[in-house]
Write a protein that binds this ligand. Structure first.
Ligand code: UD1
Length: 345
């Protein structure tokens, strides 16, 4: 049987690069499309090193509908995973139109072409759609709360655009994966998270503090109603998360979907506090981290974690790597980046 081809938009980024590796190793042909607006070639080069070959790479912008149509003419695409979007919460508050234009227009363009081609679409959504949940853990049935940022709003809107489109067009099916907090790096340390400027997310801030790029980690709030006063999150290993995409693509391509639009939580089901994460990082990597408590950060929810049982039942997926392994991989990646930077000095 000929290999199936999966288009990965935003495939040169953090999540997209890990997904490209897992899909390729599972026997799919991957076409990466990226406009490099928020990443460079580092992860693509790492993907090539891990795989021992170069997956197809097209530099393009999904806001350009003609370019999207052209891409589908050039490659025999069977399914699409859509990552190409802006993702900084704070920036989205400062410049909402940038987020609405880019994140919505690119997705609509993609769906219009995918619909014509009868090609199924996997959308990268986020646990941010649940907001501050009334009860925990959240299931896919838990109500969505109104978004606290334009970024979060684009996730909700794209979910709705996908839901409405599959309801209207029989040629289209879709899956939304709601990621909890993706962290860590590939065990090879050849690909990982590469934030531009000061990191917004916790783990890159931790690793950059440990390596000496940042002076001190601020833990945002230690007076929350949680066991140690810091926020609770569900940190999901990036390779585990990437494997969930392989399971979802298989389900789409093997005609196993039971509904035209399916949603899955992708998390571990284990809540971890910010402080627990920091102390686990210190312990597993045998170092001391410079950190202090700081005021709460605007827009943070107190606690969120997944009930991931639907993904197990329907996708046959569950998280496997331990937090220790994940945090060791994040540190190995940061150290490798530092070595690479030294070599180019
Ligand atoms: C955010 C986004 C989420 C997105 C995710 C990507 C919202 C509300 N959140 O999640 O949609 O999918 O990033 O990874 O839209 N923290 C510190 N110090 C820091 C940084 C973070 O204490 O320097 C704390 C935060 O207060 C939070 C936890 O660490 O309690 C995790 O923060 P972060 O990594 O930014 O992820 P989220 O805000 O949960």
């Amino acid at each position: 049987m000929s290999k199936k081809t999966v288009l990965v938009s935003g495939g040169a980024g953090f999540i997209g690069s890990h997904v490209t590796v897992e899909l390729s190793q599972a026997g799919y042909d991957v076409v990466i499309a990226d406009n490099f607006s928020n990443c460079d070639m580092t992860c693509y080069d790492g993907v090539c090193q891990i795989l021992g070959f170069k997956p197809a790479l097209v530099e393009m912008d999904f806001c350009d509908k003609a370019a999207v149509a052209d891409l589908f003419e050039r490659y025999p695409i069977d399914a699409v995973i859509h990552f190409a979007a802006y993702k900084a919460v704070g920036e989205s508050v400062a410049d909402p139109l940038k987020y609405y234009r880019n994140n919505l227009a690119s997705f609509v363009n993609l769906l219009e072409v995918a619909r014509e081609k009868g090609c199924n679409v996997l959308f990268s959504s986020s646990a941010t759609v649940y907001g501050e949940a009334d009860s925990l853990p959240v299931t896919e049935q838990s109500p969505r709360k109104s978004a606290t940022s334009p970024y979060g709003n684009t996730k909700q809107m794209c979910e709705d655009i996908l839901r409405d489109s599959v309801a209207a067009y029989p040629s289209l099916k879709g899956i939304a994966l709601r990621y909890f907090n993706p962290i860590g790096a590939h065990p090879s340390a050849l690909i990982g998270e590469l934030p531009r400027g000061v990191p917004n997310n916790l783990v890159p801030f931790i690793t950059q503090t440990a390596i000496g790029k940042r002076e001190c980690l601020s833990i945002f709030g230690n007076d929350y109603p949680t066991p140690d006063g810091t926020c609770l999150r569900d940190y999901i290993d990036i390779v585990d998360l990437a494997r969930a995409h392989v399971c979802a693509v298989r389900r789409m391509l093997d005609g196993e979907m039971e509904e035209p639009y399916e949603i899955y939580n992708i998390g571990t089901g284990r809540p971890l506090s910010v402080l627990e994460l920091v102390t686990t990082f210190e312990k597993v990597n045998n170092l001391k981290l410079n950190y202090k408590y700081a005021p709460r950060r605007d827009g943070d929810v107190v606690a969120i974690w997944a009930d991931p049982s639907l993904a197990l039942t329907k996708l046959g997926w569950k998280a496997e790597r331990s937090t220790e392994e994940t945090l060791a991989s994040a540190w190995a990646w940061e150290k490798r980046l530092a070595e690479a930077a030294k070599m180019t000095e």
